[in-house]
Design a protein around this ligand. Structure first.
Ligand SMILES: Nc1ncnc2c1ncn2[C@@H]1O[C@H](COP(=O)(O)OP(=O)(O)OP(=O)(O)O)[C@@H](O)[C@H]1O
Length: 696
């Protein structure tokens, strides 16, 4: 009773399972046992309950728990020798023992296990642990508590109080079970963490072989085994292909998809364990594989691998994951859990690598198609030199200023730089600064937040954000208003944009290529262009020469456009006869390559012959300005016209543009092409001439 009182006084310091607590009445200061009215026996159980609870809290593993718990039980039963024994590989082994090491009667223990009831001989008592109530120490191994009962000390309970002993053993079993479960949970958490750590690295691998090897290596490490392999299922050939190829250099390991333990797993969709030293049937193992690899399989665990095969709605078997030869006892259910986790992540990694590879392939194809859509054609040494410099600059991230007259190919060159740079997989975004009226400039370049102004019904991403990681081409940069120049400069310096109506700066990683046909130095001198912006944009500059100075490139380009447009309309590309070639060579090409392109397009559509003559070219193309601009024949004809040349020119230009627009049915793009101008330049010209552009 004293022991009980002493014990109960410290009870408040530990957490007590409510079930255990209900067995104890603290007000009575003694332990109540429902089926045992004798205070001594009840006292033992109460004491033991608390001791077990305390030990569960303080022990860090099963061994530590058993060591102390067994000693407590033996001591509380008033004995000095006893312990927990279990059968492992047919032999009885001691799991925990207290007192002088004595040979215990293995036969008695076996009898108790067989009877599933306590068994006593003269000196010893054996009580089996209820397998329903406790987990055995090793998988499927019978376990018993055995105690030496000879020489009953006077202050101890009579050992014959079998209910008390049974209750004590049950408590021990429950504690053991709890401890094992906790240990397993901790182990499982650690294993899951280890699996996650391994799997996180797989996402970075870009080669199949390297990925499969790393997955297999992770499995051998986490399952403490000799080898691991992923068998991918070739449904069509009904084969399982082992990768990595388990020690067979260069030859894939193939097995029939219904043979051996891996075949069992694939067919059933269930994990399987096979341990040679257990009751498992030998014939389940495919020894043919062992023979071909000069290998001896002693144990293996295999789990199915489930994937989606491109359809997220469908889960399907894609193979089997196998681990071979546990380095200690053999595989168990915990290994199945770990391998299943690994298989789950492995399937995701294998499928995601496949997807990544196919995405990369289609992305590369798209980039190649986009790059070939605007080739930088020309063999003239001036173009060779521009191309060489462009290729060198492309590898850097420097800002580039492209100079050249209208239609010389400034945008083509900018695209060439982009597609030869490391940014080629990100967007190329072109903005025509001449087309940006001051009020829309900010929103166009930097975007706007919804509701930031009357028409802003949606949030809009600006060109800078669209070009993130890629290239932003600022065409006609010389036409930017002073306000626009200041805003552009700020973004180029800060590498941040703030959307109109927004407050959050958004970082942008953009390479800027600007272009102009205007003499920026003159504009700087006239204070029409900011010098600081010029220096920002003009880190390196490339100048495209006029087409007329590119020698035979005109023929190369003409043939390129003839073949391009012929393909579009499904005809064979016509040939240029020598006179036609001569006309092309000698024409001044004021509209440069754009003019040549338009001429060739018209010829393709309007000259059905296989050979293009000089007349075809004169009739269908060449600067309409030369043909149309017929001057007055006498001074009398001038009576209606203003005397000043600039006024007369202006009136002519207005009339000519109006006629072109009317002739193209109001289609500004066509009218611009007809006039040999870029659409945005036509608008700029019209604004300059004071013409209305509101019908845009
Ligand atoms: N080197 C080239 N090879 C093939 N096509 C070219 C080349 N240069 C220009 N072109 C074609 O000529 C046309 C005009 O080119 P581009 O728009 O690049 O000229 P630009 O100098 O930017 O004109 P603008 O100053 O009017 O904006 C386009 O159709 C383009 O495809």
């Amino acid at each position: 009773m004293n022991k009980n009182a002493l014990y109960l006084s410290s009870r408040s310091q530990i957490q007590v399972n409510p079930v255990m607590q209900s067995a104890i009445d603290p007000r009575a200061h003694h332990v109540k046992m429902p089926n045992d009215e004798r205070p001594e026996a009840g006292g033992i159980q109460g004491m033991l309950s608390f001791k077990i609870l305390k030990l569960l809290q303080s022990s860090s593993n099963v061994k530590e728990f058993l060591g102390t718990a067994v000693a407590e039980v033996v001591q509380l039963l008033g004995r000095t020798e006893g312990g927990l024994v279990s059968q492992q590989s047919g032999e009885w082994a001691v799991d925990a023992w207290t007192g002088e090491r004595t040979r215990f009667p293995a036969g008695l223990v076996s009898e108790a296990i067989d009877l599933a009831a306590p068994k006593r001989c003269d000196d010893w008592l054996a009580v089996p642990l209820d397998p329903q109530q406790s987990s055995s120490l090793a998988a499927n191994s019978p376990t018993a508590f055995v105690i030496r009962v000879a020489g009953n000390p006077t202050n101890a309970l009579p050992i014959e109080t079998s209910e008390t002993i049974q209750a004590a053993v049950d408590l021990l079993a429950t504690g053991l079970h709890r401890m094992q479960r906790d240990t397993q949970n901790v182990q499982r958490i650690e294993q899951l963490q280890a699996v996650l750590t391994e799997a996180a690295q797989w996402q970075r691998i870009s080669e199949d072989e390297a990925l499969l090897k790393q997955i297999a290596a992770a499995a051998t490490k986490l399952l403490n085994c000799e080898r691991a392999s992923i068998f991918l299922w070739d449904r069509r050939r009904k084969k399982l292909i082992g990768r990595p190829a388990l020690g067979v250099e260069g030859v894939p390991l193939e097995v029939n998809d219904h043979e051996g333990v891996v075949g069992e797993v694939l067919t059933s969709g269930e994990p399987k364990i096979w341990n040679a030293n257990s009751q498992d049937e030998e014939r389940r193992v495919n020894r043919a594989v062992d023979r071909s690899l000069a290998f001896q399989t002693r144990s293996l665990v295999a789990v199915p691998m489930l994937g989606h095969r491109g359809d997220p709605q469908r889960e399907d078997k894609i193979g089997v994951f196998e681990a071979i030869n546990h380095l200690d006892d053999g595989f168990d259910t915990l290994d199945v859990a770990v391998l299943t986790d690994l298989a789950l992540h492995a399937a995701v990694a294998i499928e995601s690598l496949k997807t990544r590879k196919s995405l990369t392939k289609s992305r590369d194809q798209l980039v190649a198609t986009a790059a070939s859509a605007a080739p930088l054609i020309g063999n003239h040494r001036s173009i060779e030199s521009v191309r060489k410099n462009a290729d060198r600059i492309a590898k850097t991230d420097l800002s580039v200023l492209v100079l050249g007259n209208n239609g010389t190919g400034k945008e083509v060159l900018a695209r060439h730089i982009h597609y030869h740079s490391d940014r080629r997989h990100a967007p190329f975004v072109a903005v025509n600064c001449a087309a940006l009226v001051e009020s829309l400039l900010e929103s166009e370049l930097f975007g706007h937040e919804r509701g930031s102004f009357t028409d802003a019904s949606q949030t809009r991403i600006g060109k800078f954000e669209l070009a993130d990681s890629g290239t932003l081409f600022l065409d006609e940069v010389g036409d930017l208003s002073p306000g626009g120049q200041a805003k552009l400069l700020r973004v180029l310096e800060d590498k941040m944009v703030v959307r109109v109506g927004g407050s959050q700066p958004i970082p942008v990683d953009v390479r800027v290529i600007a272009a102009t046909n205007q003499p920026l130095e003159t504009h700087i001198a006239e204070k029409r262009f900011r010098e600081d912006l010029f220096f920002r944009l003009n880190v390196v500059s490339l100048t495209l020469p006029p087409l007329a100075s590119r020698g035979d490139d005109v023929l190369l380009l003409a043939e390129h456009f003839l073949s391009h447009f012929s393909q579009q309309i499904g005809r064979l590309p016509p040939k240029l006869d020598p006179q036609a070639q001569q006309v092309l060579r000698s024409h001044p090409w004021p509209g440069n390559i754009r003019e040549l392109r338009n001429t060739m397009e018209r010829i393709c559509y309007l000259s059905p012959e296989e050979t293009i003559t000089a007349d075809d070219i004169r009739q269908n193309g060449l600067s309409t300005s030369q043909n149309d601009a017929q001057g007055p024949s006498s001074l009398n004809d001038l009576s209606e016209a203003p005397a000043a040349l600039c006024d007369a020119t202006r009136i002519f230009q207005v009339g000519h543009i109006e006629r072109a627009i009317a002739g193209c049915g109001g289609n500004m793009t066509e009218a611009a092409e007809y006039l040999g101008l870029h659409r945005s330049n036509l608008y700029r010209k019209m604004r300059q001439l004071g013409m209305s552009t509101t019908s845009d």
